[in-house]
Ligand binder design. Structure first.
Ligand SMILES: Nc1ncnc2c1ncn2[C@@H]1O[C@H](COP(=O)(O)OP(=O)(O)OP(=O)(O)O)[C@@H](O)[C@H]1O
Ligand SMILES: [Mg+2]
Length: 221
């Protein structure tokens, strides 16, 4: 799907602009990275792309679908069916095992076969080297394992759009490369549109297009 963002502005409760993007275009099956200092609004922008945050001004279109004006029930369906979001904080269910963490969201999608989702989840967890045996719950996984689990969860429904927020932040150089290789090979094989937020120069150098955000307000970091 093609992403088209125009004149987007997000303000905080005090009316201060926390992110402002004149235009962003990502072609269907294309890629872009988003970089910028901490607090420059990268996560906020990614949330806008997914419809999780409505901007104060401007719009985000995915093909003909405007996620800034879409009604909530339609938006939830659109997100479920099209977007794989890889969060900066994994938001895992600590009490559940890795496989359940990957498959739980699919329980809400009646169009998906449980068996197929399970098989795909196991395949992705294997690909991302998340241990399935001997460790019962997600709470005992390392930071990197949690991040890779979060990536597997983002891809399990074969999304047309992948939005990844600092997916390699807790990984060493080698594992970061493995994860990005997997992400790019997935993107190529499925012709997904891929948007990745990162600070990591090794990650950013893999993208031809980059949107660089600048700090719009003073922060205490
Ligand atoms: N819900 C919110 N209410 C008010 N301010 C917010 C909210 N979410 C984020 N902000 C502020 O907006 C700015 C941008 O935050 P955001 O998390 O998008 O930055 P970021 O570029 O992703 O930073 P980092 O690299 O540290 O993850 C920050 O100053 C943050 O404090
Ligand atoms: Mg962020």
């Amino acid at each position: 799907m093609k992403c088209y963002v125009k004149d987007l502005v997000v303000r905080n409760a005090d009316g201060e602009v926390i992110v402002s993007v004149d235009e962003l275009v990502v072609e269907n099956g294309g890629t872009t990275s988003i970089s910028g200092p901490s607090g420059s609004g990268k996560t906020t922008l990614l949330y806008c792309l997914s419809g999780l945050i409505k901007p104060n001004e401007g719009f985000v279109n995915w093909d003909e679908h405007n996620v800034t004006t879409m009604a909530d029930n339609k938006l939830n369906k659109f997100r479920r069916e099209n977007i794989g979001f890889i969060f900066q904080s994994p938001f895992l269910f600590d009490e559940l095992d890795p496989l359940s963490n990957v498959t739980i969201q699919s329980a809400f999608n009646a169009n998906l076969s449980k068996k197929a989702v399970n098989e795909r989840a196991i395949e992705l967890l294997d690909l991302f080297k998340v241990p399935l045996k001997g460790r019962k719950t997600a709470s005992v996984l390392s930071g990197g394992e949690k991040q890779r689990l979060s990536m597997a969860r983002g891809l399990v429904n074969n999304p047309k759009i992948i939005l990844a927020d600092e997916p390699t932040a807790s990984l060493d150089g080698r594992n970061s490369k493995i994860l990005m290789d997997c992400l790019f090979s997935y993107h190529k094989n499925h012709s997904t549109t891929l948007v990745v937020v990162s600070h990591d120069n090794d990650v950013l150098s893999r993208f031809i297009n980059n949107l660089s955000l600048t700090q719009l307000r003073e922060t205490d970091v």
